[in-house]
Design a protein around this ligand. Structure first.
Ligand code: HEM
Length: 585
């Protein structure tokens, strides 16, 4: 099997990876936990040989001289263990010594350009197949979806999410998805718009109060870390939407909030750590961060158990159709937990319910906070687009409250949200493991005969590569929300092109419209169950912020350091200057 060499060509990405000058003053909650746990360099740590931090060595001549014995042994081991079984698939070799420079997916991009849409990444004793092509992604996610499970991701998340939808094995997933998906029905989503508005209002009030304090000292702007604010906002929304619990994190601290952030931090850490040391016997008692993690988990579990008990004690069992037609406007508790507990025939033990709630808490929090963060990061660099969005907000909302209908009218803002997800997909990689052998299509410029994939192969679908593919997007690295308004004919055999008429009335350009070239919420049966929820939540929060305030970055964009685990976020927060819009009523 031929080994193809790789070189590092992704300069465009590197420029984001500068040290933030304001690092010591960050109030980002994840950063705080970072230091609490004495893991100050999680994302760059040299003792952190984990997935998202696997750095891939360029194997050009110059770099080969830098390879250590360990690297060579590592690649030899990979080739011994999996060599030959992937047929004609190109190979990129990873190197242990090159683990610690920049997030994995930047290297995966370089190798995509070098080796093509499907290649094997040989790294230590493991080999991963990296997919960056819509046709191959469509095959794995939709056409042959049940031949894959979540593999490495499930191993990592199971201790936190148990048998929740994200890590669940296929048979548990089938049962739970059938019950959970109907919970996101139209009336629920309409009611949630009110929750999004109320929670966002608290954030806006906080900003107004801070600005008022500033005005007393003669200043017009306030400087703050908007990533931390978005994180609080997203936590409050997900708590109310999923289990009718008001964390109130925009305005206060509490042991439960601390525990949630601790657990989120650990989930993030585990998703970036290759060796599951937490499975080592006694680790949970001996390793301090594991002790803290189990304490945090207990605090949240006690809280969730209390909410589940309460919901069960007040259960009003009824059919799904009736549940979906309840009087949501006047319902005190419109949460998903209420829906799941009241659903006839969906009896389930408390453990499964807890796993479902925990999964949605984690899945729905960091992702949305990240979208809002990168939206402001990009808009602040494109003032004309920010003004265009503000003009739309002014004309659609005027003095009225935001409703489901107005979110539909905020088309430009919704396109901004999805364009942000194109450039900063959350998560940047979808992880799968083949349960049986499979025949992958070759993809663009790949082997016409496709590639044989043995059972048990770990696969990364690089959404990041798909979304920035020069073969499927014009000016792929530019922030251009308007791009989604243009139909695109396909010049690639087997790809249907970009055509909004394939999904009439869709709230966003989805995987059907783009024929799997754009996967903001995944695709196929395991697609995000909260896509509409998340899209509307992000639109409402941005609308309310931009309606009242103008935002600028405090430093240069290059000073915002991007780090990644399960989601892409900043290392030290998104420090911004916020001021009241002058022409606002
Ligand atoms: C902007 C915000 C969000 C983004 C970008 C996002 C993205 C995704 C993606 C890409 C997947 C597919 C993962 C895979 O195929 O491996 C997924 C799955 C999932 N998401 Fe989201 N998500 C967001 C918000 C939410 C929210 C708000 C909720 C719940 C209220 C949620 C719940 C879930 C669940 C339960 C799954 C697993 C679905 C399954 O396997 O059946 N997500 N999400």
């Amino acid at each position: 099997m031929a080994t193809i060499t790789a070189s590092s060509t992704c300069g465009m990405m590197m420029k984001m990876n500068h040290q933030h000058p304001l690092s010591s003053s960050s109030s980002s909650r994840l950063t705080q936990f970072n230091s609490f746990s004495h893991c100050t360099s999680l994302y760059k740590s040299s003792n952190n040989p984990k997935l998202s931090f696997i750095r891939c060595q360029s194997t050009n001549t110059e770099d080969k001289t830098k390879r250590t014995l360990l690297d060579n042994a590592s690649n030899l081991l990979t080739n011994l263990l999996s060599g030959g079984s992937l047929g004609s698939m190109p190979i990129a070799e990873g190197a242990v010594s090159d683990l610690f420079d920049r997030p994995l997916f930047f290297s995966l991009y370089d190798w995509f350009i070098e080796h093509g849409s499907v290649y094997k990444l040989a790294f230590g004793p493991k080999a991963f197949v990296v997919v960056s092509d819509p046709l191959v992604a469509r095959h794995i996610l939709r056409e042959n979806a049940f031949s894959y499970d979540k593999g490495v991701l499930a191993d990592i998340l199971e201790p936190i999410m148990g048998k929740g939808l994200i890590p669940a094995d296929i048979s548990t997933w089938k049962q739970r998805r059938r019950v959970i998906a109907p919970g996101f029905h139209a009336l629920y989503l309409e009611t949630m718009v009110k929750v999004f508005t109320n929670c966002s209002e608290r954030t806006m009030l906080k900003l107004e109060n801070l600005l008022e304090e500033r005005r007393l000292t003669g200043q017009e702007t306030v400087e703050l870390d908007l990533e931390a604010e978005f994180s609080n906002l997203a936590l409050d929304i997900i708590g109310l939407g999923v289990f009718n619990y008001d964390f109130g994190s925009v305005t206060k601290e509490s042991p439960v909030i601390q525990a949630v952030y601790g657990t989120l931090f650990e989930a993030e850490h585990r998703s970036t750590f290759y060796i599951p040391y937490w499975k080592v016997p006694l680790a949970r008692w001996v390793v301090p961060r594991q002790r803290k993690f189990h304490n945090d988990l207990k605090v949240i579990n006690d809280c969730l158990d209390g909410l589940i008990k309460n919901a069960k004690e007040t259960r009003e069992e009824t059919d799904v159709e009736k549940l979906q037609q309840r009087d949501y406007v006047n319902l005190k508790d419109a949460s998903l937990l209420r829906f799941l507990v009241d659903m006839r025939g969906a009896d389930v033990d408390d453990r499964q319910l807890r796993d479902d709630l925990m999964t949605m808490l984690i899945a729905g929090h960091e992702t949305t906070a990240a979208v809002l963060t990168w939206a402001i990061f990009l808009l602040a660099q494109h003032p004309a687009k920010m003004k265009k969005a503000q003009a739309e907000i002014d004309s659609v909302l005027s003095q009225e409250e935001i409703t489901f209908e107005s979110v539909k009218k905020l088309e430009y803002l919704r396109l901004i949200v999805v364009e942000v997800l194109r450039l900063y997909p959350q998560p940047p990689l979808l992880i799968r493991r083949s349960l049986t052998s499979d025949q992958l299509p070759g993809g663009y410029n790949g082997d016409k005969n496709g590639y044989n994939l043995p059972a048990g192969t770990d696969v990364f679908i690089s959404v990041y590569n798909l979304h920035r593919s020069p073969y499927f997007w014009d000016k792929p690295d530019e922030f251009e929300p308007e791009r989604f308004l243009v139909q695109k004919q396909s010049e690639v055999e087997g790809w249907a092109g970009f055509d909004p008429s394939r999904s009439p009335g869709a709230l966003y350009p989805n995987e059907i419209i783009s024929d799997f070239a754009f996967l903001p919420f995944g695709g196929g049966p395991r697609k995000c169950v909260g896509d509409q929820f998340a899209l509307m939540e992000s639109t409402v929060a941005l609308a309310m912020l931009l309606q009242k305030f103008d935002v600028e970055l405090r430093g240069s964009p290059d000073s915002v350091e991007l780090v990644t685990g399960a989601t892409m976020h900043t290392k030290n927060g998104l420090w911004c200057k916020v001021k009241k819009r002058s022409n606002v009523h």
